[in-house]
Design a protein around this ligand. Structure first.
Ligand SMILES: O=C(O)c1ccccc1N[C@@H]1O[C@H](COP(=O)(O)O)[C@@H](O)[C@H]1O
Length: 212
């Protein structure tokens, strides 16, 4: 499937004003980090308040890192899509009967075709940089040439994207969507409205230059 435009997910939202700015900038999806190890983590009450502010047709994504099934189940009341960013197995991800995506960190030995087959229930694979001991949100890029031109699952490209490098990433990878957290922040958990808009404008510009 060749999408007509690259979808945008802004991740790591913690504040009402950032949700409003991200939607105004043109977000297709908003991510809420539900892993206590992150500076961007929101608790369930914050999640409920932020999720309630998201308008129709903008997807509310919950990011989990090896969370308990009970916690995922509870949080999913406020979510449209589950993002598993730890070492969750395919059967763990599928048990909630909800749409889900699997984040894969691009370790040198990762076989993307095998992963796409293993996580065949996922709606997409999110590809992120690998840093030992850190589950994600590193602000680091990885070698995009490792992504095969054709994969059995839509690719969401993440890892160190910014308003300055996202156009090149789209040109190189042609992902279904891009996902950014640190690259549009003033500080961890605080989005910068100018960078949100600049990121969305860079994506739109890259899409305009895409060959038909
Ligand atoms: O943002 C976090 O703190 C985080 C923590 C644990 C797992 C994933 C996390 N973030 C996700 O990582 C990628 C890349 O982030 P960045 O753009 O490089 O900062 C993205 O999906 C974030 O949502």
């Amino acid at each position: 499937m060749t999408p007509s435009r690259t979808r945008i997910k802004f991740c790591g939202l913690t504040r009402e004003r950032d949700v409003a700015d991200a939607v105004a900038a043109g977000a297709d999806a908003l991510g809420f980090v539900l892993w206590p190890g992150s500076k961007r983590c929101v608790d369930e009450a914050r999640l409920a308040a932020l999720a309630a502010q998201v308008p129709a047709f903008v997807t509310r994504v919950g990011l989990f890192v090896d969370a308990s099934p009970e916690f995922v189940q509870r949080a999913s009341r406020h979510l449209d899509l589950l993002q598993f960013h730890g070492d969750e197995t395919p059967s763990f991800c599928a048990q909630f009967g909800r749409p889900w995506i699997k984040a894969l960190r691009m370790r040198d030995d990762l076989d993307l075709h095998a992963a796409a087959a293993a996580y065949d229930g996922a709606q997409a694979l999110l590809l992120d940089a690998y840093r030992p001991g850190v589950p994600g949100g590193t602000g680091e890029t990885f070698d995009w040439s490792r992504i095969p031109a054709s994969l059995a699952k839509p690719v969401i490209l993440a890892g160190g994207l910014t308003p300055d490098n996202v156009a090149g990433a789209i040109e190189r990878v042609r992902p279904f969507a891009v996902d950014v957290s640190g690259g549009v922040e003033a500080e961890p958990g605080v989005k910068d409205p100018g960078q949100l808009s600049a990121f969305a404008a860079a994506v739109a510009e890259a899409d305009r230059k895409r060959p038909a």
